[in-house]
Design a protein around this ligand. Structure first.
Ligand code: PEP
Ligand code: MG
Length: 581
């Protein structure tokens, strides 16, 4: 038995066989063939092609609800390419000319097609290069009889183990079958972590060497409550975990009983508990967990899986689905926050030396006015289909905000001219996640209808700690006195200017932060849907006076450790339902 420690990311306990997500086929054999062998190689190509088509058809037919709309579009575009006569012609022609084995020729064709597309001026064509590579890898895995370790192909219950995952892997994988996620890389507020929580999959990231320790199909235990993976468990440990898995499931069911109750403190202050979502499909889970609304819809995920900018109509359709599904509750949709770790090769290139400080979010949008306006117009048009709020991410100062508000006005004017209706008074707010915005929040508050504090980035930028890097994860401290002071400043500036302030960073869903945030005066909490029942239970168990007293005490303390220990003891003394981690 071996216990590997990582970072606890998404709660729950999973027991199951490993599915090791291995990289795509990298090297291919190379040998000469005679003219007489060409028909045989063409036949091998046709067989591999037929198998690849069959794979995709199975994925498309595998229970409609499991294949989301974005994934369906992606798979259909791959089918089209596999059936494209030009692609066939290109491969068979190269085979005749090169007189090399089909794997070698296919890789050459892939390289030349992908390079041509990658150098195109047209964004749509550039992004197609990834599809060429994906299709070639699928064909090569059939030609070489290698099991392709793709998350798309998982069809039996397993724990997914990988060195690292892309947000698009998590979005497009078969979520019904993956009962746990374990990776070498990644931190608590990485986007893979956020998605694991959103999809309610127990997860432990930052395990450093898990891919080297486990083998495919080996049975492991993943303890998302304590951040552990247990490889080759002995019988006693396995039995203990089977019992605690059952207890955990019951505990979750009990919490769901709170759904109909409001998030109201014992002395009557009503809080808004909302949910963060990444894809429209999540609204079922949001409603099941009793959310008062959606406090953050990360719209960029609509762009990540299709790897292209959806047009205005496609965006409108997705926004309408969420707004109508959540009615009459409010839905805050954040404009594109691409860039940083949310790279779409071919659409938003990586390669910046400091991507987290680079061309991301509104900075990217301001340099692509046509992309930005198409999203703003889709949002405005959607505003008549429900209770919409528009939110801008990564605002760093007032000039930037003024330009954005001007572009919003221009978008409204264009809609008016076209006679397209929208809600003239749709509330507009900003995220406070860059320290310069927090320090000037008194100025910014006069220009918008609400603030939402994005602690994932705010902490990253304040403490200068990369939120994705497990090596320095110990420095990522939500209870750092500097962080708490800044949150207090933002809340006070919002209230002094008569606007509400929420929080949509992961700190809002941390049970140990819940009373502190209440005492600091936060109005709205937005988090992964699974976190809502616990935060609601905590809020319903305290008074504002108690929360303010706790804040009064901890604001005098000097270090995050001192605050952390004090708050844990304070909570454990009062509540018997607090998680033991
Ligand atoms: C944040 O930074 O706190 C936030 C909610 O945005 P994201 O995690 O998408 O960067
Ligand atoms: Mg952010």
């Amino acid at each position: 038995m071996k216990v590997v420690e990582g970072i606890m990311i998404s709660p729950g306990i999973a027991i199951g066989p490993v599915f090791l997500h291995s990289p795509d086929v990298l090297s291919v054999p190379s040998y000469d063939i005679s003219a007489g062998q060409i028909p045989y190689e063409i036949e091998r190509f046709q067989t591999a092609r037929a198998r690849a088509v069959q794979d995709i058809e199975v994925l498309l037919q595998r229970g409609k609800p499991e294949v989301g709309e974005m994934e369906r579009k992606l798979l259909n575009s791959h089918l089209l390419m596999l059936n494209d006569p030009h692609f066939h012609e290109e491969v068979t022609q190269a085979l005749r000319e090169r007189k090399k084995n089909i794997e070698y020729v296919l890789r050459e064709v892939e390289e030349s097609l992908a390079k041509k597309l990658e150098s195109s001026e047209d964004e749509y064509l550039r992004e197609r290069s990834l599809d060429i590579r994906d299709i070639a890898n699928r064909l090569l895995s059939h030609l070489l009889y290698r099991k392709r370790g793709s998350v798309l192909d998982i069809d039996k219950e397993c724990i997914l183990v990988a060195h690292n995952l892309l947000p698009s892997d998590v979005i497009s994988m078969n979520r019904e079958k993956i009962v746990g996620i374990a990776t070498d890389f990644g931190g608590k507020t990485s986007h893979v972590a956020i998605l694991a929580r959103a999809f309610e999959i127990p997860a432990v990231l930052g395990l450093s060497e898990i891919t080297a320790v486990v083998r495919n199909d080996e049975m492991i235990i993943l303890d998302g409550n304590r951040g552990l993976v247990i490889v080759d468990p002995d019988e006693t440990t396995l039995n203990e975990y089977i019992t605690s898995r059952k207890a955990w499931q019951q505990h979750e069911l009990q919490l769901l009983n709170l759904n109909e109750l409001r998030a109201e403190t014992r002395d009557g202050k009503l809080l808004q508990l909302e949910s963060n979502i990444e894809v429209p499909d999540e609204i079922h889970s949001v409603l099941a967990h009793g959310a008062d609304g959606i406090g953050l819809f990360r719209s960029e995920f609509l762009y990540i899986v299709p790897r292209k900018f959806p047009d205005e109509e496609e965006q409108l359709e997705a926004y309408n689905r969420v707004l109508e599904g959540m009615k009459p509750r409010s839905v805050t949709i954040r404009t594109l926050d691409l860039g940083g770790d949310k790279i779409i090769p071919g659409v938003i290139p990586g390669g910046e030396s400091n991507p987290i400080l680079g061309w991301r979010a509104v900075r990217f949008c301001l340099s692509k006015p046509e992309v930005f306006k198409s999203q703003l117009k889709a949002l405005l048009r959607a505003s008549i289909h429900g209770n919409l709020k528009i939110m801008f991410p990564m605002i760093s100062g007032v000039e930037e905000l003024d330009i954005i508000l001007e572009i919003l006005e221009e978008s409204k004017e264009e809609l008016r001219k076209n006679g397209q209706p929208f809600d003239e008074s749709v509330p507009v707010g900003i995220m406070i996640e860059v320290p310069s915005a927090a320090f000037t929040s008194d100025i910014l508050a006069k220009k918008v209808s609400f603030f939402s504090i994005g602690t994932n980035d705010l902490i990253q930028y304040m403490i200068a700690v990369d939120r994705e890097n497990e090596r320095i994860a110990y420095l990522y401290e939500p209870f750092h006195p500097g962080v708490l002071r800044l949150i207090k400043m933002v809340v006070d500036n919002a209230h002094n200017n008569g606007i509400p302030v929420g929080m949509c960073g992961e700190m809002a869903g941390d049970p140990f932060a819940a009373v502190i945030l209440l005492g600091l005066g936060l109005d709205e909490y937005s988090m992964s849907a699974i976190g809502i029942p616990m935060i609601k239970r905590i809020i319903r168990s305290v008074t504002i006076a108690e929360a303010e007293e706790l804040v009064g005490t901890i604001m005098e303390m000097k270090s995050s450790r001192e605050i952390d220990e004090y708050v844990r003891a304070w909570m454990e003394e009062r509540f018997d339902f607090i998680p033991q981690y």
